[in-house]
Design a protein around this ligand. Sequence first.
Ligand code: ADP
Length: 191
Amino acid sequence: MLNIVLFGPPGAGKGTQAVNLIEHYHLVHLSTGDIFRANIKGETELGKLAKSYMDAGNLVPDEVTIKMLESEVNKNPNAEGFIFDGFPRTTPQAKALEQFLTSKGTAISVMVALDVSEEELIKRLLLRGKESGRADDANEEVIANRIQVYNDQTAVVADFYNTQNKFEKINGIGTIEEIFGRLCHAIDRYK
Ligand code: ADP
């Protein structure tokens, strides 16, 4: 199995690249943000719980997120591999994912981290807010909080994979094709 963690701050371009990567490597895309948003739209219990955290730019509690992610993996028993997009976002999530994949006889192959400057991130997120209608992209304070949450709680997750020699930093500035090429080049070394 090829299991990829697609990593990077909000607005780094994970969603865009995930679409290309699933096609190229025949993987199942699991975006925790997308799954939460679908639950909010469907007005499920999970959606109701997640909404207040997401609107403020805070993380949904680990316990809830981990349970949700594991159940999504279990829905795809025949997958050739997964792209985890937006997960793990905390060290406890990374540890839970490791344990869960080990129990399934598999593991994360590599974490690819899109590297984009803070200035560029804010520009992209504000632009996306105008187009996508995502509440958490429209407000500059919420964007600032998400970047702070990323710096405080999420950035350290890179160390978890780095110590396992499974970490690749990718320049996230350039055309979509250029960045996709860099990602594939890195991923192919872990196949
Ligand atoms: P972005 O990467 O642009 O911030 P996402 O769509 O990945 O957007 O996530 C949107 C929101 O969903 C996050 O700000 C957070 O509230 C929630 N969320 C997504 N993934 C996780 C996660 N792994 N743990 C906790 N909360 C999450």
